[in-house]
Design a protein around this ligand. Structure first.
Ligand code: NZQ
Ligand code: ZN
Length: 386
């Protein structure tokens, strides 16, 4: 296991009725901007709960943050923050609203010109406004990690940004707010969380015994509850398990001291930028094909995954690996997502197009061994298209 330092400063308020906690979590003397998306929080009563909790605060609102948040929209919030002297941001929504708000928190403090440069050149703003979150869609872990994924519509790009300054100060996780999610968004959340664990686990043995067992526990838990959370809207216990698992999948803990992959995500972000696929839909169409194409480099971990996550212990090594990959694809399909680009009806030209886009951005050595070159990306996508 490699050396690491780990500190996650996000305070979590988990459970029923916890939205009320934001009234105390945000200092009363701070001018607050509440940021949200297309309005789901108006229909399901979450915005009313936020208003009640903020009764003692001065606050403004900014709505219309899109799924795969647009840089252009976020810059309008930055203008509002500067004009109104906003001091504290409260994101109420899924990963897109939270990611967008985290990026805004840094962009509002950036003094170097165009905030997109922070993403493009990996620059820190040096300062960020404090962010609180009310999570409404378990999936990304954004509510307690440092990442934001932002889409620049003008440039046709979707890029990740990370800065420890943008860790949320707190996040409210009330599983009841997920009851209003459409079925396909629940499926997206289950698959996104599953793939987050896989990106940090499915590499090569590196002495991370605790990380491995924890990752395997999260994967098994997501498999256990997947169909239930997709098919039942108001079962508190399964929604609570789902919300906690998605948080733990990408709050940074299981990836400490071990190699990570993330090539499925990098390929997926390009598929979203070009074909408009939901984030998790892109991942479900790539992951198992990535595992097939890179099965030699991942052989030891694939065998461990087969045995410990899927209880596959019989047959030759190759047969066990094939069976574990098939189980993974069947799991994605069981919650309603397609496990291939072919299933999604994506054009055959996608393989070279996506590989070319990654190459143009200099993303030519992905994966835990930096061996996922544009040619390998193309092979993965052709496997998914076949
Ligand atoms: O905009 P509203 O009206 O709120 O509707 C949203 C949106 O249309 C709806 N929704 C959310 N909560 C709801 C609800 N509808 C009914 N009831 C609720 N309780 O769901 C739709 C999708 O929301 P979105 O936030 O886009 O989904 P998700 O949480 O899956 O976030 C996806 C974004 O996160 C990025 C992705 O790339 C994508 O841009 N990611 C962020 C990561 C991170 N910060 O660490 C890592 C991930 O790998 C991922 O890349
Ligand atoms: Zn993801």
């Amino acid at each position: 296991m490699d050396n690491f330092s780990y500190f996650n400063p996000t305070k979590l308020f988990f459970g029923k009725g916890q939205i009320a906690a934001i009234g105390e979590a945000i200092p009363k003397d701070q001018k607050v901007l509440v940021l949200y998306g297309g309005g789901s929080i108006k229909k399901n009563g979450v915005l009313d709960q936020v208003h009640a909790a903020l009764a003692g605060h001065t606050f403004l609102e900014f709505s219309g943050i899109e799924p795969n948040p647009h840089y252009e929209t976020l810059m309008k919030a930055v203008e509002l923050i500067k004009r109104e002297g906003v001091q504290y941001l409260l994101a109420v929504g899924g990963g897109s609203v939270i990611d967008g708000t985290k990026f805004i928190s840094a962009a509002a403090c950036y003094e170097g010109g165009e905030p997109w440069d922070m993403i493009e050149k990996g620059i820190t703003a040096g300062r960020a406004l404090p962010v609180g979150c009310v999570l409404t869609l378990p999936a990304t872990g954004s509510e307690s990690n440092t990442f934001s994924v932002i889409s620049h519509v003008g440039k046709g790009l979707k890029r990740a940004y990370g800065d420890p300054l943008t860790y949320p100060a707190f996040a409210v996780l009330d599983p009841q707010v997920t009851y209003s999610l459409p079925r396909h968004q629940v499926a997206n959340g289950v698959v996104d969380a599953f793939v987050h664990v896989m990106e940090q686990y499915m590499t090569y043995p590196a002495g991370g015994a605790v990380q491995d067992r924890y990752a395997e526990g999260l994967l098994q838990t997501l498999v256990e509850i997947g169909e239930k959370v997709v098919n039942t809207t108001d079962d508190y216990d399964s929604r609570a398990t789902f919300m906690w698992a998605a948080n733990q999948a990408l709050n940074g803990l299981i990836g400490q001291g071990v190699p990570q992959d993330w090539s499925t995500h990098m390929i997926g972000h390009e598929l979203t930028a070009v074909y408009g696929l939901d984030h998790a839909v892109s991942l479900a169409a790539v992951l198992t094909h990535n595992l097939q194409v890179n099965r030699e480099a991942k052989r030891a971990k694939l065998l461990q995954y087969a045995a410990r996550v899927w209880n596959i212990n019989e047959g030759s090594e190759d047969a066990r690996i094939d069976a574990a990959i098939a189980k993974t694809a069947a799991f994605f399909e069981s919650v309603g997502l397609k496990s291939s680009l072919k299933g999604l009806g994506i054009e055959a030209a996608a393989a070279d197009k996506i590989a070319g886009r990654l190459e143009t951005q200099g993303l030519i050595a992905l994966g835990e061994h930096q061996s996922v070159t544009p040619a390998v990306v193309s092979a993965i996508l052709n496997h998914s298209l076949a």
